[in-house]
Every structure is written in C-alpha cells, then in structure tokens.
Design a protein around this ligand. Structure first.
Ligand SMILES: [Zn+2]
Length: 694
C-alpha cells in the first residue's frame, strides 16, 4: 500500500505500458521549494487569512493554490509531480550519458539507450504505419472457434496488476496476474489472478446512471470506433457498439474497488482443475496453455464471482464480438507506440475527456517513463549512485528508527488492547524490513532483447520478459528484501505480504526531507510519510497479516471489535466529505489509507517530541515547533487538480483527495492545542468524536 497512487497511467501512451507510466496526480509542498530551496515550512504558500480550525488545508497551502496554474499537459500539479519531473530530467540525463558511452551491445547501458532512442524515432514509427500491429491483428482474425479464442485470451495474460503493494486492480486484458508471497504460505510465491477486461478505469464508468457518466460512455464508443477505423476495420461503428456492450456486461460481473480491498474475500485457492466447474464457459485448459501456465496447479482467485461471470460471457457472447473486442484491445494497448494518429486519438479520449488534460506531454517525458517502466532497475542503479549519498541514507534510516520506536510506545500505551495482541503487533515491528533508497540486489535484464529502431517490438518483448520472469518466480522462496518500487520513483510503499517497507531515493530529498531544514519540519513532512507506511502494517488490510506475513487472526475478539468500531468511525468521517455536490468520498474504499495518514502523523508527532529530549521546541518565522510540524504535514498535500482528474481519483483511488488527507489533523489532540482551535470552527470535533486508532 503506497503513499500516492500512480495509476492515472493512461494519459500518455499505451495500456501495454500502463503499469509503467506515472502521472503523479497528487501533490505537495511548494513547487518553488524545489527550484529555490526554502529550508523549513514554505510560509509564502500559506493563506494566513484562513483560520487553521476552519480549513487547515487552505491555511497551509492557500496562497500557493491561488497563484498556481495547472500546466496544459497535466491533470494536476504539486510537489509530488514537481519532484517526479526532477527525477524525470535526471533520468533523461542518465539516458543521454548511456547513449554517448558506446556501451557494449547487450549491456544495460546500451539497452537503455536503444529503448529510449527507438521511442523517440517518430519518423520511423510513422513510416512503418500499422505494420508492426498487423501480424497480431491477423492472428485474431484467424480465430475460428471458442477453443482458439481461449488460447488467444490466455496469450494476453501479463503481470500487470498488483493488489496489495502498488494497489493496481486494473487490467484491460480479460484477467491479470500478480506474483507475490502466498496468502497461506508466505514463504513461497503464489500466482494471484484478478478480474479484468475493461478499458475504462472502473465498473462504475459502465454502470453509473449519472448524466456525466452517460456522456463519457458515448464519447468512449466514438473513440472505440475511431481506433478501429484507424486500423482499417470496416463497419467500425457497429463493431464499437458491440464491444462497449460486451464491456458493459463484463463490468456487471466485477467487484467494486472497496470490495477488492477486502483481503478475506480474496483468499480463494482454486486448483487448475476447479476452474471448469467453478467458472464454466471459457476453455480453461486452452487458456492456461496460452498463458504458459498449463502445468501450474493452483492459483489464488481474487474475485471468484467475476471469474464465473466473465467466463460465462465467453460462452454466451458471439465469437465475432469477442474477436472485435480482442482486436480493439490490441490496438488500444499499443497506441502509444504506433503512428501519431493512434496516439492522438487515444489521448483525445483518455487524456482530454477522462482527465480533462488539454495537451500531451513532451515526447521525451514519455520516453523516460517507458525506460523507467521496462528497465527501471537498470536506470535506478545509476540514479541511486548519482543522487543518493550515503549521508542521506543514514539520516533517513535514523528517522525511520525513531518513528518505529514512537510507534512501539503508542502500542504499549493503548488502554483497550490485550497484552497478547500487543505482543504480536510488537513482533510485526521487530520483523519489519525497511528498505531505504534502493534495493540490495538489482533486477537482471540479460534476457530482455532490445532492438534499435523497433519500439513496438521492444515494448512487446518488455512486457513478455517481465511476465516470464514472474512465471519463473511462482513457487520459489520469497525474498523479503525484494523491492516493488524503483529508486527514481517519488513515492513510498508498504508490502504487507513481505512485512516490508520501501522508501525510494527520489522521495528522500527536499522538500520532503531536507538536511538544512529544522528537524521538526522533516518530522512533519517525511516523518509523516514514514509513519504512514509503518501504519499500513496495522491498517484494515495490514492487520490481517501476522509478523511472518501470513494471513492469520492474531487479535482477541474484544480487541478486534474495538478496532472495527474505531475504523468504522473514521470511514463515516470520510463518507461525509463531498468534493463535488454529486460525488462524495467513499470512506470504505479509502479506509486503509486514511488510517495510515492518521496513525502516520500521530507517530511522527511522537517521534518529533521524543527527539526534543525534553528541550523547548524551537520557534521559526513566528511559528512554534508544534505549528511547524503540522504545517509541514499539511504542505505535503497542497495540490491543484483539474475537475475531471479529481473526479476520476475519487472513484478509482484508494487514497482520499489531498485536502482531506491534510485535514485528518482534526483527529489529533495536539493540533487543537497548537492552533487554539475552538468549538465553533468548521474542523472542530469534540474529544469523543476524534478518531484514535493507533
Ligand atoms: Zn498508503
């Protein structure tokens, strides 16, 4: 479970790359802080005409919001995106160096250069027209029966979803695979299978009756027809209508995001032989053969009802409709590496209509994203050496240790929790692996073939390479120190099945983490991020796993009842937030992240108080130590997003919109004292209404 979702992946290129492309929609402290460093809270970003107790988010960020314009090629901006841009520029520089180095063929450096250059070769891409796609479309056209269809569907399976680490439940392929430690055997990797088949971000886009969603669906159908026409299909409008109708039927079988997050519903072991009985329709033997999983005996099926429903649709819907669906998904997935007309049409729908973004990003930025996606560790290794000095690593590790110590004290102080439950919670902290900056071992790309001037092939082989690597891991012994983020990624993550955290190098820098800033500001900014990830160990999902990463109920019934009651109260608090009159935050969908935000800022506060060692808190710019702590936390979330992007986030993101993340301070007693918050003020909660979980 990560700090921000990076799943607004569709804005720039193909869905084949979708897990690779980050458009960091959620934002943070002053953009200026990156270009002209302010060591401490960014006072010029605050709107001190707002009372902190009325709207803490605006108090901390209001002036920055007033003077910031969202660039035409963005869905939103803030420090996450500004830091991501910095990371992108640095990576582009490293790629350029790799290109100039004349590295031996087959080396990582030569692959980095060849992959990037093949993406930038626009003239070559135009000249090839849709030729690279043709053999794949011909293969779909040659499907004669449902058995061959099953085989072809199996051949689309990729490692393109991630249920618990990077929380990505979306794949446009009929199903998606995630290889991770097993729910019931955390020592070995298991194959998790997840629902899929939709191009739009979530089932609600197909099923909601709102005028807005009906409008999006109409435009989507037009887009489907336009893509088919570009690829030379006759009767494109009629085909598009049938494809959208099929996706609508698939959407009806899908679980919602809130249901997907319930790991107890997801722990379903199916033997390969069970599929035909439990989900009749699809020829599963052919499907698994096509997927290269013919010999794999058992799977964990995340959403059994969707597998039953989707499989039945394979039987009930006409072969030609499925072939059209398959062809369209093939075109869509590769649009980013086809001629400009395809990429433009794709952006027109997914960028403009769905995210409200008027302009595409400069091509080099997408090129960097492609390299990060397919050769992430190869670039990350150079990035970490260049931009993450050992002092930064040591300082971050010390801070992590302080906040874990603060968390231990908080657990011991819980008056409602039985000693046995506390003991297992403490054991989870003892066995927690914390990765800081970069992984201890790097991925091996020697089997990935990158060919000059062949971006289509490079991307195709890249996603297959990753898939085959994952196939080989199934059944193998788990490496708990394995990372799930690259060093150059501005984010952080908790891996509940490994009981591990990753803090990439790219987030461990100003303004989140600044050696020249007062310690209190670092505790409020990166400290709360560290606290957030530690807290995921104990959120509604993390608390289902024990100290060894196994799914095991280690709670006494009374403790669990207390925990459930407190978390239900927090869910109700977020349910009451309405970013738009017709759209509320979903308290259940965002619960795990909201717990992590609240517990994270609380633990970071304790860590900061402990670091004072009894001394008085230093005052700076007229703000007390406690005030600086909370303002720094609030400034993590300062953001400006377009309406379409924000709506998409509310519907598809397990994280709450930024303003409510900042406003969780209303549950923290020391915030009331720091800003003298009074009962008449809008964020005020009477002490019994403040949610305290950890
Ligand atoms: Zn999180």
């Amino acid at each position: 479970m990560n700090l921000i979702i990076e799943s607004f992946r569709r804005n720039f290129t193909g869905a084949a790359l979708c897990l690779l492309l980050a458009a960091s929609p959620i934002l943070a402290r002053s953009q200026e802080a990156v270009t002209s460093p302010v060591h401490g809270i960014a006072v010029s970003n605050m709107d001190t005409s707002v009372k902190p107790g009325d709207d803490f988010y605006l108090y901390a960020n209001g002036d920055w919001i007033k003077r910031t314009v969202v660039p035409a090629d963005r869905g939103g901006v803030g420090v996450f995106s500004t830091l991501a841009d910095l990371s992108s520029k640095r990576t582009a520089g490293l790629i350029e160096e790799a290109a100039k180095s004349n590295a031996p063929s087959g080396s990582n450096a030569s692959k980095i250069a060849a992959l990037y250059n093949s993406y930038m070769d626009e003239a070559g891409i135009e000249a090839r027209v849709s030729a690279p796609l043709r053999p794949h479309l011909d293969a779909v056209a040659a499907i004669h029966n449902k058995q061959e269809l099953a085989r072809a569907l199996g051949e689309t399976l990729r490692s393109d979803v991630d249920a618990l680490n990077n929380t990505n439940f979306h794949t446009a392929n009929i199903f998606g695979m995630w290889v991770a430690p097993g729910f019931n055997d955390s020592e070995h990797y298991a194959a998790y299978l997840l629902q899929g088949g939709l191009q739009l971000p979530d089932r609600e886009y197909y099923l909601s009756d709102s005028e807005r969603m009906r409008g999006i669906r109409d435009k989507y159908q037009t887009h489907v027809a336009a893509m088919l026409k570009l690829a030379g299909f006759a009767d494109a409008d009629a085909r598009a209508a049938r494809i959208v109708e099929l996706e609508h039927a698939i959407a009806k079988t899908h679980l919602s995001l809130a249901e997907n997050e319930d790991i107890h519903k997801a722990n379903n072991t199916w033997k390969q032989a069970d599929f035909a009985a439990k989900a009749p329709g699809l020829d599963w033997e052919e499907y698994f053969r096509g997927a290269g999983l013919g010999k794999q005996e058992s799977f964990i099926v995340w959403q059994p009802s969707a597998f039953t429903g989707e499989s039945a649709l394979v039987a009930s819907e006409p072969l030609d409709t499925w072939k059209d669906w398959l062809a369209f998904h093939l075109i869509e997935a590769n649009a980013g590496v086809l001629p400009k007309a395809f990429a433009d049409e794709r952006f027109d729908f997914f960028g403009k209509t769905l995210s409200g973004t008027p302009q595409q990003r400069p091509r080099w930025q997408n090129g960097v994203a492609v390299v990060n996606g397919l050769l992430g560790d190869a670039v990350g290794q150079i990035y970490a050496q260049r931009y993450f000095p050992p002092e930064a690593k040591a300082a971050a590790q010390a801070m992590v240790a302080n906040i874990i110590a603060a968390f231990r004290l908080r657990i011991n102080a819980l008056d409602w929790m039985a000693p046995a439950t506390k003991a297992e919670a403490q054991a989870k902290l003892t066995t927690l692996y914390v990765g800081v900056g970069y992984p201890e071992t790097w991925k091996d790309y020697s089997a990935y073939q990158v060919t000059p001037n062949d971006i289509f092939g490079n991307v195709w082989r890249g996603s297959l390479f990753r898939y085959h690597q994952d196939l080989e891991r199934i059944g193998g012994v788990v490496d708990r120190k394995e990372w799930s983020m690259e060093p150059q990624t501005v984010n952080a993550v908790n891996l509940p099945l490994q009981n591990a955290l990753n803090f990439p190098a790219a987030i461990l820098q100003p303004p989140f983490f600044d050696a020249k800033a007062p310690a209190v500001v670092n505790y409020g900014a990166i400290g709360s991020v560290i606290g957030h990830e530690i807290s995921h160990t104990f959120d509604t999902e993390g608390s289902a796993f024990d100290s060894k990463g196994r799914v095991r109920n280690w709670w006494t019934p009374a403790d669990l009842a207390h925990f459930d009651a407190s978390t239900a109260k927090l869910a109700a608090q977020y349910d009451s937030y309405k970013p738009f009159p017709d759209l509320a935050v979903n308290g259940k969908q965002t619960l795990a992240e909201n717990i992590a935000d609240l517990s994270g800022v609380s633990a970071a506060y304790d860590g900061y108080r402990a670091s004072l060692d009894g001394k008085a808190a230093p005052t700076k710019d007229g703000f007390t130590g406690d005030q600086q702590f909370f303002i720094a936390f609030g400034q993590n979330w300062g953001s400006k997003a377009r309406e379409a992007m924000l709506r998409q986030q509310v519907m598809t993101d397990p994280h709450s919109p930024a303003q409510y993340r900042a406003d969780t301070v209303r549950n923290v007693d020391s915030w009331y004292a720091a800003f003298d918050v009074k009962p008449a003020q809008k964020l005020y909660l009477a002490p019994p209404d403040r949610v305290r979980i950890w």
